[in-house]
Design a binder for this molecule. Structure first.
Ligand SMILES: C[S@@+](CC[C@H](N)C(=O)[O-])C[C@H]1O[C@@H](n2cnc3c(N)ncnc32)[C@H](O)[C@@H]1O
Length: 223
């Protein structure tokens, strides 16, 4: 399916999200977690990125994961669609030397000049971008042996492909985005088709049985 993306609708939605995230005290400071649960014992943490010297986070939102890695001495770049997110993250974490870029991820990766040891997304742009278009661009943005890792909620059974979502009720200006959801085997296929090897696709259970888990996907760019 060719999704008629209009990034202005999406930017408006994410600007609102970024505005409310700054007012949410639970957003806190630097932290790196793949799941939606604080202090989740099954969260693999940043270690699954390997030991990267350079990283790119796609759809970084608050910038808190980049801030965590920058404090460990990693050279960090983030790209996000929302000018509001970029303004807030620059103000909060700019002193850590992180490069915060305001751009749509597909356009940014298509025009980028440098490459990275790791590219990752935490409920970020990998969730909101067509994997058939995104994954090959990510693969070509990685150094040989580099890794791509992303997390997001698992698909609702039977609801696969782009999932349109309105924000703010069903009246007023249209703010919407598309989320991409697939069964595990399909993520595996997208990763391999984009040239990734050692692909792992799994669901991390929530800390409470029966609660929503987390999809985690990881692959390596071959040498
Ligand atoms: C749910 S938030 C991510 C939250 C982030 N993990 C954090 O801890 O703050 C999703 C982010 O992805 C960004 N995003 C969505 N679609 C994008 C795209 N096509 N290109 C770049 N960024 C995008 C949004 O602007 C938003 O900041």
């Amino acid at each position: 399916m060719n999704t008629p993306h209009n990034y202005e609708h999406e930017r408006a939605l994410w600007d609102q999200f970024a505005e409310s995230a700054t007012k949410d005290p639970s957003t806190g400071g630097p932290v790196f977690r793949w799941t939606q649960y604080k202090d989740h014992p099954a969260d693999p943490g940043p270690g699954i990125l390997g030991d990267p010297a350079t990283v790119l986070e796609i759809g970084y939102g608050t910038g808190r994961a980049l801030a965590y890695l920058a404090e460990q001495g990693v050279k960090c770049t983030g790209v996000d669609l929302s000018p509001v997110a970029v303004a807030h993250s620059t103000q909060k974490y700019g002193h850590l030397g992180i490069e915060f870029v305001c751009a749509e991820v597909l356009a940014h990766l298509a025009g980028r000049e440098n490459s990275f040891d790791a590219v990752y997304s935490i409920f970020g742009a990998a969730w909101f971008t067509d994997p058939k278009r995104l994954f090959p661009l990510v693969a070509s943005s990685l150094n040989p042996g580099g890794v791509f890792v992303f997390s997001q909620p698992p698909a609702i059974p039977g609801a696969y492909g782009p999932q349109g979502m309105y924000k703010g009720g069903f009246a007023g200006p249209a703010m919407f985005t598309y989320r991409y959801s697939y069964p595990l085997h399909q993520w595996h296929e997208f990763m391999e088709n984009a040239g990734f090897i050692d692909v792992e696709v799994r669901e991390i259970d929530a800390p409470t049985p029966g609660h929503i888990g987390t999809l985690l996907v990881r692959g390596t760019r071959s040498n």
